[in-house]
Design a protein around this ligand. Sequence first.
Ligand code: S3P
Ligand code: PEP
Length: 444
Amino acid sequence: MKNIRFIVQPGGKLSGRIRVPGDKSISHRSIMLGSLAEGVTEVTGFLEGEDALATLKAFQSMGVSISGPNQGKVIIQGVGMKGLKQPKEALNMGNSGTSMRLLSGIVAGQDFTCTLTGDASLSKRPMKRVIDPLTQMGAQITSQDKGLPPLTIEGSSQLKAIDYNLPMASAQVKSCVLLAGLYAEGETRVVEPAPTRDHTERMLRGFGYEVTSRKLDDLATEARITGGGKLTATQIDVPSDISSAAFFMVAASIAPGSDLVIEHVGINPTRTGIIDILKLMGADILLENEREVGGEPVADIHVRAAQLEGVVIPEHLVPLAIDEFPVLFVAASAAQGQTVLTGAEELRVKESDRIQVMADALQAVGIDAQPTPDGMIITGGEQQAQSAAIISHHDHRISMAMTVAGLRAVAPIAIDDCANVNTSFPGFVSLAQSVGLMVTAEEA
Ligand SMILES: O=C(O)C1=C[C@@H](OP(=O)(O)O)[C@@H](O)[C@H](O)C1
Ligand SMILES: C=C(OP(=O)(O)O)C(=O)O
């Protein structure tokens, strides 16, 4: 792949109104459930990024007729629960953990065998977390050493329901088990140690499938689903992705004089940890025009610059902001005092080891960022470095977070390996430029 290098000039402030691309998690799920439904599902606001497109192509390879995306519109001719066909070749999930883990759950219930592969980053990510429950349900799965991809899944049309306690707070594993549960005989129950995004549960209900959820105590939540039902096609309007909006929320917070509105952002309460954490730090964030779109709450997010303060991040907010930590570390770097993150060891198994890679990147711009096994301690301050060369390590969120860091830099920052931004945020550079970030992309 070509090396796309971002060059970020120091300084700048943000103003205007923008709309960021569609939610990645919801886009993936719209293709999966739309394909398994009876009837035609129409999706608008679909994320035309590589991760969601990997899911779309995988279902086309399993015989589903899908047209688009065309300006965010996708039309899916659902094939019903039993209508998928064995793909002729391995399904390539690219950089997308969500595609691989959720698809594993669906493929486990088919009466065919198929192989799921991914790029260099995905090939290092742990899949034992889905292999274990799916094997208990009756699928046969082979992987590389230590449960790494590629996975070859021999599905079974006679999966058994399970009662499964998730070993970690993971929406991907929860969703994988619930999707396999659609095909299992009996009731599947999943207990998560802390709430994680609930888009799968909400969307299953939107397709007319009953899923019950309830809190067991302060944190633990269970979801139950009974196999053997059917999904009925529907219309899905995908809101903008709060994980993409997060880069602009932090950017407008840390660049003095900024005043920015990010429109039509999904504010599902299982995703709003970024807002809660930034507010704890003293950010000036207002939710305007709150409304509901297709079963998901949506708002315009109005952010004005503010002096942020370091905080101890409450651990219960970690799963609710899991993808936002690279850019939250940038916020902490611009805050007064110390920010402490704990309970976030999952960050080490994302597209990159986001604790180590961000600690290295922030140190390279002259910030005191100390990695710990499950988090980071950052002492906010002025960036010192007279030049900084950053590598994204195949991770879109590192590329974008370090672009935001440029607002408080004293010299240009060069970020290598940024083509990956297209996995979740096509058009990032031009949108960032349009509101005042001084970033350019070049082929290096
Ligand atoms: O279910 C989803 O759509 C996702 C869940 C999270 O992963 P984990 O479940 O591994 O925490 C998140 O990091 C990922 O970007 C998307
Ligand atoms: C972790 C992420 O995605 P995935 O797990 O789907 O690769 C992300 O987008 O930050």
